[in-house]
Design a binder for this molecule. Sequence first.
Ligand code: TYM
Length: 332
Amino acid sequence: MAKPRVFSGVQPTGNLHLGNYLGAIRNWVKLQADYECIYCVVDMHAITVWQDPADLTRATREVTASLIAAGIDPEGSILFNQSRVPSHAETAWIFNCVARMGWLNRMTQFKEKAGKDRENASVGLFAYPNLMAADILAYQATHVPVGEDQKQHLELARDIAQKFNFDYGVEHFPAPEPLILGEATRVMSLRDGTKKMSKSDASDQSRINLTDSADDIAQKIRRAKTDPAALPASVEELEGRPEARNLYAIHAALGDETVADVVAAFAERQFSDFKKEMTERAVDRLGPLTAEMRRLMADPGHIDAILHRGAERANEIAAPILAETKRIVGFV
Ligand code: TYM
């Protein structure tokens, strides 16, 4: 039997951070064993907000290098950038005509990103989730590993698949399922445990980047916000302590443990102890990845060749699905 198909994407807007790694990419790597995996650097999503062209080019290569360094196998899996495969944009247009304004108006990420000045947001930013649905459904993918922040977009992708099938009386698109896996599905800022760790946070101290040196990592963890209470004796005691909860989740995920394991290991010890061990874990885990990424970045031609070949393979899957989509819609 054919393996079920996974699709996921990441935006090339600056460096990847620990949230991307623990919430998504680490799971992408694991899923390669049991699924047919298609992983995409979504450059078309990136330009929904302004990107300097040279920065976008560099970030696309850097993110690709990070994915390979993290363990994505560009031979076994398909790794490419979105703009090279026309099915994404073409399917997205059809979905622009399937999705309703009311559905998109409810998207919390749009509200957050557009802020108060909605009138000035790009149309692309508003239609962003339709393109995301197109990414997945252009391959008829059934499983989508993401962090928790993408859950609402995945629900929209399911609604679009269902409405398309209903309107045209077909069973063309499967309803894709989110795979939100591990102990760190929503990694929070190191400076504020109520805010998501994010590339767009003005403070670099708020996140650990996959390009950070061991010294940077140590310094950021040392300065990470905590609270004055003693280390928890049970998982319940983490409630109402967002910063401690976040550090425990990160430490657990980095070591493939549960938060309960970490609570047991540190009961009656000090935050300083905890932070020392957390730093060791983060450096052990990320150090080799950073080194490998730097090595790959020294040969951008090799990275471009991987993206080129990945796009060819992606297109082989997507082209016949798009042809069928167009036939269903009635395009001659
Ligand atoms: P992006 O580029 O913001 O993030 C890539 C992946 O990282 C996860 N993530 C996090 N997980 C835990 N904690 C965090 N603080 C954190 N920050 C980010 C995201 O959930 C995501 O899985 N719209 C998507 C990209 C996309 C996509 C797709 C994903 C485009 N098309 C199709 C899946 C399927 C995005 O902006 O992810």
